[in-house]
Design a protein around this ligand. Sequence first.
Ligand code: PLP
Length: 433
Amino acid sequence: MSTSTDLKARKAAAVPNGVGTKGIYVAKAENSELWDVDGRRYVDFAAGIAVLNTGHRHPKIMAAVAEQALAFTHTCFHVVSYESYVRLAERLNALAPGDFAKKTLFLNSGAEAVENAIKIARYHTKRSAVVAFSGGFHGRTHMTMGLTGKVMPYKRGFGPFPAEVYHAEFPQPYHGVTTEQALADIDRLFHADVDPKSVAAVIIEPVQGEGGFNVAPFEFLRALRRLCDEHGIVLIADEVQTGIARTGKMFSIDHAGVVPDLITLAKGLGGGFPLSAVTGRATIMDAAHPGGLGGTYGGNPISIAAAHAVLDVIESEDLCGRAGRVGQRMRSHLEALAKQLPCIGDVRGLGAMVAFELVKDAKTKEPDADLTASILAHAEQRGLILLSCGTSANVVRLLAPLTIPDAVLEEGLTILSAAVRDAYGRESTRAVA
Ligand code: PLP
């Protein structure tokens, strides 16, 4: 088999530059660990970007996929339908918040789910404008790029973006943006830029993922619900990263007790197989005419079989409870580290979606993207896979599988501390020299 060095060179020659990679080439993976083609073992705190809530190759998911592969693998639901699609829709409709009739549509990626949620909201309201938030991330297709509130690496050079998308401030207490200020910004938007009666949807991640694991204050989400009700706007919770037990509840918006009209799901839903969904109020979901929604692969039978097993595993292994415990352990570890190292300005998150922000100065909170990149590199050298996030690329996020054994979690946290100390030590020495 080729080595990582060979593969990096072949990738550079064969795959476009825009497809960014870390340079780790996997040979095999199990639960929260993986081994690369050179035989190096890693603890995985990235989980394929919040996809593997149920870990790599969960035996029950593998068995469900194998069984489905023996029966049929693709017919296209629009051409020849299958019961498992309908049953998964029924399960998500029952799980999603809201005491009203719901319906679910399946697609392939998170971006596709968001695209469809916007299409549905526009059709239902017969309005065109959409309000999204600064720092938000919704995908890499044209509409979702337009909705995204983070320029690098997602928007630079790819415009023009779709019209009728407006960005409001996302509340960020650590950076001095209070709930009141964020609500005042929406008020400004509605007076200066767009008539609320022209707004089809407000889309929000209850916890911003790529934007830096900023948790929307619950009172802000409740105020958004009231605003949407007042103006007849569809409230969309983008739970692509936060959904499916990651934050300690099936949907992160459940923490706020807010019922959105539509929810977008992907990542954790398919347990490693491509699947996304829009779940929401039947009256809104039913607006579009037959043939207006869907696609060739949406709700592929293999991915649907995996998703049934994912939901079973979440229930039988109490992964919501486990997310709370994993997240608590990560937070207490990071909070102790932050007391010793002033470069850690903030520790935040919800459930097992935990992050820390790196700053050059605790008072000015000037972002330290170089230190963040260096922490990731040191962690990787020591055998831990980490991801960064944040509009200034100065946040490290921890997204371990919820099934991670305690011993592997502790190992990962120990490597993480060492990596932060290595990187910070090196940077402070450089600053003094
Ligand atoms: N929405 C959110 C909140 C996301 O975090 C992501 C991906 O990270 C997307 C949408 C896009 O999902 P995908 O990459 O599957 O298109």
